[in-house]
Design a protein around this ligand. Structure first.
Ligand SMILES: *Cc1c(COP(=O)(O)O)cnc(C)c1O
Length: 414
């Protein structure tokens, strides 16, 4: 029985009448977590809870709110497209959908032979890519789909099958057959990418694993080996894509071209939208083999166009790179900080002890939203629009949270 159970996700939850909203949440929402606060409003890099407490949002809806909250460009795009045409089903094309497909192809440096499918989430974008891998497998007699240890590709049964984490997978077996996991090392690539492999799925930086970059040269070697063995290289840029690392797409930093890429999170800055792009002649679909009722509707794709245009027009990629470097320098040397990793504004802050949960909670108590993807890593993924004021506020609040945790356990402070 779960009725009447007290919700104790994370540390002290806050927000108006905490007891009331938490009781409502326990009663009415599926028991999957997510009760840290009752947020009611956002503006720029700040959000407010129902008590009026202001938080600096450096999680950005998990690398989604790339323009911050209530950005005028986002608001105008939603309003004007909602007044024009919001949804028509996948029997029809619409101008915003065609424009966004062309824009993504241009930004990805893809040729005319690239094709785009729009979905509503990262998991669905990856489902589409898994179906692409299955089409390729069935056409070639290959069998295996590989992903990496510590990968996160989503929660639907297909994408979950590529996400080798016992807590996520074990209660849901059986999963997809013919899936294998390899260590993210070049020697594992060389050992396991062979003629049985239909596709290899890779995140350029493993965000959910704690912002873990791939080893140097990994993507280039993966490209060589998949090409040599006729396997598809599918890059999951759901978290790293659309500028988060300071490049439009992280694969572009490695000088490779994948066979397919998946996107979601930041692509429409908070409006649900996912996409899969095939490169080269890898669109193996034909009518009837795949679709989505909401996928690519004019409302979502109009917002995607406006967001990507704003990132270009305001030269936000340069800001992502500069502010990322500034933030990494700012946290070096703070109590409990062992170092940083990541690219641009996808940053993992490694701690000297397994206290990331306590640091996250101490930060929230001080008005700072961050998260703890693992026991000893804090992740930040703020808006691309941040400046000195947000960085100064972050550094002050984060240092205070770290000091409080260090002081609360003398052995951690060492
Ligand atoms: C978040 C994420 C997903 C899943 O996206 P959803 O929109 O939650 O379905 C897939 N892959 C990566 C790399 C992600 O970060």
């Amino acid at each position: 029985m779960t009725t009447g159970q007290t919700v104790t996700t994370g540390a002290a939850a806050t927000g108006s009448g905490a007891a009331t909203w938490q009781r409502d949440a326990s009663r009415d929402l599926l028991n999957v977590g997510g009760r840290l606060a009752l947020l009611v409003r956002g503006e720029g890099s700040h959000v407010w809870d129902a008590d009026g407490t202001r938080y600096l949002d450096f999680l950005g809806g998990i690398a989604v709110n790339c323009l911050g909250h209530a950005h005028p460009v986002f608001v105008a795009a939603v309003a004007s497209q909602a007044q024009t045409l919001a949804h028509v089903s996948n029997y029809f094309a619409t101008p915003p959908q065609l424009e966004l497909a062309a824009r993504l192809k241009r930004l990805a440096g893809a040729g005319d032979d690239a094709h785009v499918f729009f979905a509503n989430s990262g998991s669905e974008a990856n489902e589409t890519a898994i179906k692409l891998a299955r089409l390729h497998a069935n056409q070639t007699g290959k069998r295996m789909i590989l992903s990496l240890e510590h990968a996160f590709h989503g929660r639907t049964l297909g994408s979950l099958s590529l996400t080798p984490k016992p807590l996520y997978q074990d209660a849901f077996r059986p999963l997809l057959p013919d899936v294998g996991y390899i260590e993210p090392t070049i020697s594992a690539l060389e050992a396991d990418v062979d003629d049985t492999v239909a596709a290899l799925f890779v995140e350029p930086i493993q965000g959910e694993a704690g912002v873990v970059p791939l080893p140097d040269g990994f993507l280039r070697r993966a490209r060589e080996l998949t090409a040599a063995h006729g396997a598809l290289l599918i890059v999951d840029e759901v978290q790293t894509g659309v500028g988060r690392t300071g490049s439009w797409f992280a694969f572009q930093r490695e000088g490779i071209v994948p066979d397919a890429m998946t996107l979601a999170k930041g692509i429409a800055a908070g409006f649900p939208l996912g996409a899969m792009i095939t490169f080269g002649d890898h669109d193996l679909f034909y009518p009837g083999t795949h679709n989505s009722t909401f996928g690519g509707n004019p409302l979502a794709t109009a917002v995607g166009n406006a967001v990507l245009a704003e990132i270009e027009d305001a030269d936000l990629l340069a800001n992502v790179t500069a502010r990322g470097a500034q933030l990494r320098a700012a946290v070096e040397g703070l109590p409990l900080v062992a170092g940083t990793r990541g690219e641009g504004l996808l940053i993992g802050i490694m701690l000297t002890a397994s206290v990331a949960g306590a640091v996250r909670a101490a930060a929230q108590e001080r008005g700072l939203i961050i998260n703890a993807p693992t026991d000893d890593v804090i992740r930040i993924a703020p808006a691309y629009t941040i400046g000195d004021a947000e960085i100064d506020e972050f550094t002050t609040l984060f240092a205070a949270a770290l000091s409080a945790v260090a002081a609360s356990d003398p052995k951690e402070a060492a």
